[in-house]
Design a protein. Structure first.
Lengths: 451, 451
């Protein structure tokens, strides 16, 4: 059926007929948000207690604090410290509802979304669905390696690593032991650099304690970067310092190299080098992800959705995109804004501020991105910071990194847990319990090094 | 090949030839322990720094503190607070090795165990493999319900519960919503009673906050017990008080009832009653589990291994059983000792004390069990205690329960985490983050209530 989707509140009868997912009746316009990442949650915060019904859909029941995934992967933090349940977040927001469902399709012509739990009508739709790992079509690499775009990825990396270290204690084959204890990280952006630093510290401080049977040289960490510098979006000073820090930690950095194949044991690079490693972590690319139903002609590079400067998806008048999937293409930003947390938060807040005005047909100013600077850390007590003109590195940058991240985590309890773990770890280098609970099984069997 | 398995140290060459799992060469007799529960770990502690090579095998890399599984299931604690990695436990024990492998078979004739990672020779073998849930052959019940004998079971219960509560927010079908929010716990022993109490408190204090959309009466908790009292191994006072506490929390206790069938939605009892519930937790029975290869004639009731009063398995002179699987059958204990943590710890310690004497052919005293009393808690601030002649209930019993459990948990960090969580929860009734990370899928589809 077709409902009149003007900018005024629709009648309730329409909602009740079209919805298969149970939602309370209201006379308010319904804003459906898909995805509770940085962008989606910032939008929810701006729309709480406003004259709209907000329905947040997510395939998880929790928000994820992605910047600290690498610490979960290396057992420095437990997952529950860096993810936060939506129901706690929206506690007391009477106009906000959460529904755990995966949105499979958008039907713009009927203003309906179809989820794995049924369909729901919307007046305004906001896509905040983020990105997923991009393996650029290399199926061999994808099936044997792990990305780092979901808390489950982090847990899988942790389990891969711990299982392989245990298997190394069991095998009598030197070559297999090498493969099990070598790590290759692909991508020299913040995720790859931070992961390499954390792994190197694990190797230096935890390995000798937990596995006294191994020589300290057993674990090798390789970082592969396609161009000739690390953290290419940051300053030259940051890149140079980062390289120095990683080399101090014995990370082997390969520049101007990329992975062309991987069979679960041998990494092959474009230039023909081979590295024996059963642990491959892929941080070399992302692509936008969103449900089907959006006209393909509005999809641009990196699988992002082209929006105008009010974050409205091209070709629609009630569908918006925010965060990593939004490509706000203007003369000043021909490639859109950087796909970072800051952009997502600013876009979520912006849309939250203007949406009611749009509903009321009032005039609004276009979105403007404010670069608040970048931070990246390389192991403990060392980080790089670019804050406008101020570019610095070392202990103070690390302290700043720690404070900024601690304050950004959702929930007082989580901040306390992360702070506590960091404090213990600062003085002792001791980490959390390193448990293998997930039974992670890579597609490559762990016994296939031997011919 | 056949090696001389006298009570003296064997020559190393034999070990090297027979082992497929890499282990360091020593001239010490090798004691292989299968299972690092309460019994196995108590034994390891007694054998550390002694003149034996100890090799601990476990299918997990961590010890589990089973008495608090129900708190993980109800999101009161995170799993990493109550499990502890073996490699941390044995840190600095030069004669103790841990190997992550599942033992599949014992070959007593060649003194070899066969694991999923290869075989290993032993001079002395200790089975400390514990019990698993016993569904007494009811396949329907087994395939739709969850036991509570592994930390993964606890996490599965948590995820079942949270997923079903989320699904209840989505469905428009009242009957399905009832099924999704009703809980049946089978078995009125400590595990069932503590689980029922914790669930009831979740319902009372967490549900209204997280799901303000639901009426408070939506969640019903049933506890089914086959005889006419709860905690039947404890005193009458404990049973009576426990029943009162559960009733105060609105738990519906069904005595003299047992489950005869379950299809994932409807629980059928032997007397013909039916309860609509998509959440069934089974704590009504356990059976011993151990690798194949032990002569069946030494297996007694409950799938336990019959041992003499020195814990040596009948029919062997170098194979021992400790903990839940050991049935020390004597005139005083015709059914063996109770399958509780205290027995396991005492047997592990006892065997650790006598094993070197047995190796040296010295005389030893038989095992004697000392009953240190029982404690069980029903929700916050209420517990029952039987300590010899002293039988009491209420706040002081709960305080004692808390202290005893806190001090029994392995690892300073774990004690700190549990203590912190309990303190927060004591004052706020707030619990941890209630995350659905595992994607638990029961065999019964969550949409099969409707015809």
């Amino acid at each position: 059926m077709n409902v009149n989707h003007s900018n005024t509140a629709i009648t309730e009868s329409a909602c009740k007929i079209t919805d298969e997912i149970c939602l309370p009746d209201t006379n308010l316009p319904r804003v459906v948000i898909i995805g509770g990442g940085f962008a989606g949650l910032a939008l929810v915060e701006k729309l709480k207690h406003k004259e709209v019904q907000v329905v947040l859909f997510d395939k998880n029941n929790f928000h994820q604090f992605q910047p600290l995934f690498y610490q979960v992967a290396t057992s420095a933090l437990e997952p529950d410290s860096i993810v936060f349940p939506f129901r706690k977040q929206i506690n007391g927001y009477k106009n906000v509802l959460f529904r755990l469902a995966e949105v499979e399709e958008i039907q713009p012509s009927t203003n309906t979304i179809i989820t794995n739990k049924g369909s729901v009508h919307f007046d305004y739709l906001v896509l905040a669905t983020g990105t997923t790992t991009n393996f650029f079509g290399m199926d061999n690499v994808e099936s044997h390696s792990l990305g780092m775009k979901d808390i489950r990825d982090s847990l899988n990396i942790r389990h891969m690593m711990l299982q392989n270290l245990e298997q190394a204690a069991i095998t009598c084959d030197d070559k297999e032991r090498d493969a099990l204890t070598n790590f290759v990280i692909v991508g020299g952006g913040p995720a790859g650099v931070e992961m390499a630093g954390a792994l190197a510290e694990f190797c230096k401080y935890i390995l000798p304690k937990d596995y006294p049977e191994y020589p300290s040289s057993i674990m090798n960490i390789y970082l592969i970067e396609a161009i000739d510098e690390l953290l290419s979006t940051m300053s030259e000073k940051a890149s140079t310092k980062t390289l120095k820090y990683l080399k101090d930690l014995d990370v082997k950095v390969l520049f101007n190299e990329s992975v062309s194949d991987y069979d679960g044991s041998i990494v092959t690079t474009k230039s023909g080098k081979t590295i024996l490693a059963k642990n491959l972590i892929w941080t070399a690319g992302v692509k936008g992800q969103f449900p089907k139903g959006i006209d393909e002609k509005h999809v641009v590079r990196g699988n992002r959705l082209k929006t105008d400067s009010f974050l409205m998806v091209e070709g629609y008048d009630n569908i918006f995109a925010i965060g990593d999937i939004a490509a706000v293409i203007t003369e000043e930003t021909p490639k859109g804004h950087p796909q970072v947390a800051q952009t997502a938060i600013q876009q979520g807040k912006y849309l939250g501020n203007i949406l009611l005005k749009i509903i009321k047909n009032e005039g609004v100013n276009p979105f403007e991105y404010k670069d608040k600077g970048s931070l990246a850390t390389v192991g403990k007590r060392r980080a790089v910071a670019d804050l406008g003109k101020f570019k610095f590195a070392g202990y103070f940058a690390w302290l700043l990194w720690s404070i900024v991240h601690l304050l950004s985590i959702s929930g007082f309890r989580n901040r306390l847990m992360v702070g506590f773990n960091w404090a213990v770890s600062y003085f002792t280098y001791e980490k959390s319990n390193r448990l293998i609970i997930r039974n992670f099984k890579p597609k490559s069997s762990i016994n296939n090094t031997k011919k």
